[in-house]
Ligand binder design. Structure first.
Ligand SMILES: [Zn+2]
Length: 212
């Protein structure tokens, strides 16, 4: 019987791990053509249409990055996905702030990405979200959505991603590894702690049953 339980646990662990890894691989495979299209900016795409496409893709990517941890935490709700989508898109509002204009043409004409396009800013917004809503999962979703946005931008054009340190761009490989890690690592960490806590309560229940 304990052997069967062990086998069941191993297969559960394997399915959980392989599911998340496959998801991350699909995420990367899906975004390679999406990013290539964005970079090529074909003739039929005006600058405005390209900005809208790029913004939506940031939101879409943030949702894809958030799904594994939300699924593991059994919190895969429309509200949580909307938070990821909006956070992924909203970072580009800093273009308007830097351009000091509400015009889309001015916002995309700036000569450098704003200092808030950085991982430090993503972490700071996550910390403020945590203090505000007191829900670590939501705070992480906001941080990961902003961080994915920063990595994606840094792979295409000069971005202060490591602000306040000097930095410019990252390689596409670093970007794809980065978004895969943002999707995979939190889900693994969550799995690990959930399993530990389940095993601890099972051990406690077994020892209580023995003493009774
Ligand atoms: Zn951006």
């Amino acid at each position: 019987m304990p052997e069967q339980i062990d086998r069941a646990r191993h297969s559960e662990r394997f399915e959980a791990t392989s599911g998340v890894v496959i998801w991350a691989a699909l995420l990367v495979a899906l975004f390679i053509p999406i990013d290539l299209l964005g970079e090529a900016r074909p003739g039929f795409m005006s600058r405005g249409a390209w900005a809208v496409y790029d913004g939506f893709m940031h939101g879409f990517q943030a949702v894809a990055v958030a799904i594994p941890i939300l699924a593991r935490a059994k919190f895969l709700t429309l509200k949580a996905l909307a938070v990821a989508f909006v956070a992924g898109m909203a970072l580009d509002l800093d273009h308007f702030v830097l351009a000091e204009s509400v015009s889309l043409a001015d916002a995309i004409a700036i000569t450098q990405r704003p200092p808030t396009h950085s991982l430090a800013f993503a972490a700071a917004v996550g910390a403020v979200t945590l203090l505000w809503v007191r829900r670590p999962l939501m705070a992480w979703i906001v941080t990961a959505s902003l961080a994915a946005h920063v990595l994606r931008d840094a792979s295409t054009w000069v971005t202060p991603w490591l602000n306040p340190f000097r930095c410019s761009t990252i390689s596409p490989v670093a970007y794809y590894v980065g978004i895969a890690a943002l999707a995979v690592v939190p889900a693994f960490v969550f799995n690990y702690f959930a399993r530990r806590s389940r095993e601890r309560s099972q051990a406690l229940a077994e020892s209580e049953a023995r003493t009774n």
